[in-house]
Design a protein. Sequence first.
Length: 341
Amino acid sequence: MVYTSPSKVARIVELKNLGQSDHEIATQFNLHRTTIGRIMSRYEESNDPYYRRPKSGRRRLVSERDARHAALLLARTEAANVTELVKMAFPEISRLTMSRALHEYGLISRVRRTKPYISKANQIRRKDWADDHEAWTADDWKLVIFSDESKFNLFKSDGRQYAWFRPGQALDPRFTKKTVKHGGGSIMVWGCVTGEGMGRLHRIEGIMDGPGYVDILNKNLLGTIKDYKFKKTGKGKIIFQQDNDPKHTSRVAKDWFQKKKITVLPWAPSSPDMNIIEHVWDQIDRLIRARDPLPRNKDEMWAALQEEWYNFPKASLDKLYESMPRRVAALKAARGSHTKY
């Protein structure tokens, strides 16, 4: 059906009262002749050009205005979810009805992504860091050795898990989620990756401090440099990346880097999204969780970690290095705030 604005209806009524035929009026407004007859019939019901016949069907419980207000409350985080939203502002509307209305309004619901808190000051530092490195190419980044520590838990909790089984099998070990009191223990490791392949992996015993960190660098960073015959000075020299953890920036660590003539990449605070080794950790963790059987103790976990680490696909590592220019561009576009990485 063709929509006719109230002002056009008023003009059609005026021309009709002046004695023009339906055909003449239809020609002027590029409408079909029968449309003029329908418009006049509706007008005669109320003598109001704004009149619209009531539509059949149930009245919408959530108007567009309500949906817009609900979206604003969610955007301001005054309500964390739809359940809080209906309790706060729409007690007469069910949660399901509000969810449908928000979907129709264009919103989607997803699990919240975990991101570190970034203060305003650190956003500025991250933006400045992106400005300093936006011209770096993938080849430039392949000269960087990325490093980090990571903790791997035994029987890590992954939240709700679903299983399909027959009635009476709920307690079958195949269909139960395994937990261990106090988390089952964990091991901490240090590792580094290079543009040529995986660097060395080190198991950390106890609490690592500045001197302990230097011991790891002596054995494993220098060992990685030796393994790949990297240069520490001159054209094509390697650059070492580490985050701003206090043990990394301690005086003893700084003196060690200076003595060994290793260039350290200035690093932006709160920037795990710029460190590609984070994705390596995640992928290795998924591979270990997919093992059958799972590692049962710390020694088995360490053995599994070494196997997955040194078998990490070179093609996957290359893609991570090639993503660095895009990561920096995304950080610059976000003005130092969160990126999708």
